[in-house]
Design a binder for this molecule. Structure first.
Ligand code: 13P
Ligand code: SF4
Length: 345
């Protein structure tokens, strides 16, 4: 019997569907001869799908994406797309944001278990109790949080627009900032506000070793240290430039330096190197020997899972309408303020 390359027996598909909620993705072994890049391009056209990818995705996924960006850029793309299907190569809160903005579109995530340690650090039930202690405060939440957290928030922000969002609030208005204490502390310093901070953090950005960065800098004195504001205060204090992933990328293009020590997830190095092949990018070292500056959640997505999720339209992001509507309001406020400030793509 002739079997076409990539043809999967029906029984295997049925079994993978059955195991989907347990596994988080369609667990089907693919023919290694299948040209996944070509197949993904074909599926995009067939299904009128847009593939949005975050900078922390593996290089192959970035290379096949229609748009690569930071959290703000990705949310803006999701808000304006005319595609019928949004395939989100990122983590759950990002795909969820796309669904909140597009209730009628199909939103897919290659692996439903691609979560976020920062989002996990703010369970909405605990946050509700915390918020009740500050009845006169409004809540600004970083986009790295669940839909339930968003529904408890007044405005959402990302690291690209957080300063502008805070500045849009009258000085006398008290603010709770959640869930990232490092970004919140950085913003308190930058804006001179005294926001109450929820005690959350990202496992990837908390792992950098200041001592090792300092030693690297001695070995590469010409290098600039650039850091994401989710990093700890001591690392931020040692940085020459602090910004969101898009801002870091732009900085490496515009700055005259030829070498950069990069304190954020390593995925971003792919675009940095692509855009400036003559420059050197050194990942900032973690405080032990592991590859902990790779986000284990972001890296759950693979090209194989991406192909399978586009082909079989699973796993899909689904959400209760009441929750969606409640989470939409603070996201729209963010998008309006960003537009007025000319931020994003
Ligand atoms: P940005 O890409 O918005 O800077 O966010 C980084 C991040 O941690 C996403 O999970
Ligand atoms: Fe979440 Fe940190 Fe991974 Fe970003 S890098 S998705 S904040 S765990």
């Amino acid at each position: 019997m002739d079997i076409n390359i990539g043809e999967i027996p029906k029984i295997k598909i049925a079994e993978a569907r059955k195991n989907l909620s347990r596994r988080g993705f369609l667990d089907i072994e693919l023919d290694p001869e299948l040209d996944l890049f070509a197949e993904i391009e074909k599926l995009k056209k067939e299904k009128n799908a847009i593939l949005l990818a975050h900078y922390y995705q593996e290089p192959d996924i970035q290379d096949v994406a229609d748009y690569i960006g930071d959290s703000l850029g990705l949310a803006q793309q999701a808000a304006k797309t005319s595609a019928d299907m949004i395939v989100f190569a990122g983590v759950h809160f990002m795909a969820e944001t796309a669904k909140i903005l597009n209730p009628k579109k199909k939103v897919l995530l290659p692996d439903l278990k691609a979560g976020c340690s920062l989002a996990d650090s703010a369970p909405s039930e605990l946050f509700k109790q915390f918020k009740a202690r500050y009845p006169n405060h409004i809540v600004i939440s970083y986009i790295n949080c669940t839909a339930e957290m968003k529904a408890l928030s007044d405005i959402i922000c990302t690291s690209s627009n957080a300063e502008k969002i805070i500045e849009s609030i009258p000085g006398e208005q008290q603010i709770i900032f959640a869930p990232d204490k490092n970004l919140g502390g950085f913003l308190n310093k930058k804006t001179g506000r005294n926001m109450i901070l929820w005690n959350g953090a990202c496992m990837v950005h908390e792992i950098f070793s200041l001592e090792k960065i300092t030693r690297l800098k001695v070995r590469h004195p010409e290098s600039k240290v650039i850091a994401h504001p989710e990093c700890e205060e001591a690392v931020l204090a040692a940085a020459d430039y602090i910004g969101s992933t898009t801002q870091l990328l732009k900085y490496t293009l515009q700055d005259a330096s030829k070498s950069f020590i990069v304190a954020t997830e390593t995925g971003i190095l792919h675009q940095m190197q692509k855009n400036a092949p003559d420059k050197t990018f050194i990942p900032a070292p973690p405080n032990n020997a592991c590859a902990c500056n790779d986000c284990p959640h972001m890296k759950l997505n693979t090209l194989e899972k991406l192909y399978l999720c586009m082909k079989y339209e699973l796993p899909e992001i689904l959400m209760e309408e009441e929750l969606r509507k409640a989470a939409l309001k603070p996201i729209l406020r963010m998008l309006d303020i960003s537009k007025a400030a000319g931020l994003g793509g």
